[in-house]
Ligand binder design. Structure first.
Ligand code: TXA
Ligand code: MG
Length: 339
């Protein structure tokens, strides 16, 4: 199959493909999604197939308006209305009790709930409206790889497997949406941290809980996707916590072991060490969590094109967006730290 890159002016062509049951990758403010008609079982099965995604890991449904949600879920609790009014369109996915028979059966992977979000990208909202369908949209990477933050990443993973990519340049946030379970409105639980932070949510609905399996590894987490190895480039990743001296120690130690080092760090660190390592990728300004989040996945992908055999990646404080950044980096690194 030829995979077409659609320009912003060609949304209607991409929408036709969706109506025909084909898959189109769409841009969002977080990462690129792998879009298909959520009411078409053949299209949804194709999504699992081309991603190589385990069938027990349900998909997010993308809508173009808050008002649509009522058609798909058993009830829209008060907390949901408040959250949607405040954060949509934006990087917040909400888990509702699903109505029977509105989506293709495999969308929810057999669960009684469904994940819904309204992405903050005008082209994609147009795609949803023009196709007249809610769209499933897992991240458009091969399962286990870092999520795509531009059309080239998608093309690399999905070339020949999907009908097209709607190209809108680089995504903004760079990390997937916050997933919040509100199936019990009295007990809202973050299943996956993202750019809509716990603090921001609590300002609107009061106390929000965090799935403790995100923090410990004792049991399977509630968002089925969080249990899989994820976001991993071909090379092992080690998280470096600390300033210049620590970086210097880490570089020396792993080079002694014969590793060729790739540095994924802020520009200050790169300026100091770029001449003594094999490859570097900048996470932007020192201590800037927005730069780092936006560039993390493209950085992890970059080293696959270099001779580096080991990636040393920079830690950030686990607060605000740093929660999401560290959650993804810890998965990519299989929790390996140097500190
Ligand atoms: O930012 C995003 O959310 C991106 C863009 C494309 O919208 N999408 C995305 O989708 O990250 P995906 O499929 O890669 O991740 C969806 C996550 C998975 O961890 C999945 O297990 C969880 O949401 N999930 C989906 N439905 C669920 C449900 N009913 N209950 C609990 N978790 C659910
Ligand atoms: Mg994903």
């Amino acid at each position: 199959m030829e995979t077409v890159i659609y320009r912003p002016s060609e949304v209607h062509k991409a929408a036709q493909k969706i109506q025909q049951g084909e898959l189109i990758s769409f841009p969002t403010e977080t990462v690129y999604g792998l879009g298909g008609d959520a009411t078409n079982e053949v299209a949804v099965k194709k999504v699992y197939l081309v991603k190589g995604r385990p069938s027990d890991n349900p998909l997010i449904v993308h809508v173009s308006a808050i008002e649509e949600v009522g058609q798909y879920v058993q009830e829209v609790p008060e907390v949901a209305s408040k959250l949607m009014q405040t954060f949509w369109p934006g990087p917040l996915t909400l888990i509702f009790k699903v109505k029977d028979h509105v989506f293709a059966p495999t969308v929810t992977a057999g669960l009684a709930s469904v994940a819904i979000r309204m992405p903050d990208n005008e082209l994609t909202l147009q795609l949803i409206r023009e196709s007249g369908k809610p769209l499933v949209g897992p991240s458009a990477n091969t399962s286990g790889k870092p999520s795509p933050t531009n059309a080239d990443h998608v093309y690399h993973d999905m070339k020949g497997k999907i009908a097209g990519v709607l190209d809108d340049g680089d995504t903004g946030v760079g990390l997937e949406s916050t997933v919040l379970d509100i199936t019990d409105p009295m007990l809202p639980i973050i299943l996956r941290p993202g750019a809509t932070t716990k603090e921001e949510l609590e300002k609107v609905i009061g106390t929000v809980f965090v799935d403790r399996h995100l923090v410990s590894n004792e049991e399977a987490p509630k968002a089925p996707g969080m249990k899989y190895k994820h976001y991993s480039p071909d090379e092992p990743v080690i998280i470096v916590v600390g300033e210049s001296e620590i970086w210097q120690k880490a570089i020396k130690m792993y080079q002694k072991q014969g590793e060729k080092i790739g540095l994924l760090a802020n520009q200050n660190i790169l300026n100091q060490f770029q001449d003594s390592v094999t490859a570097v990728y900048s996470l932007g300004e020192n201590k800037n969590i927005y730069d780092a989040s936006k560039r993390l996945y493209s950085g992890l992908r970059y080293f696959e094109t270099t001779d580096a055999t080991l990636i040393l990646a920079e830690a950030h404080d686990q607060e605000g967006l740093g929660e999401a950044y560290m959650n993804r980096l810890q998965k990519a690194a299989g929790n390996h730290f140097f500190d």
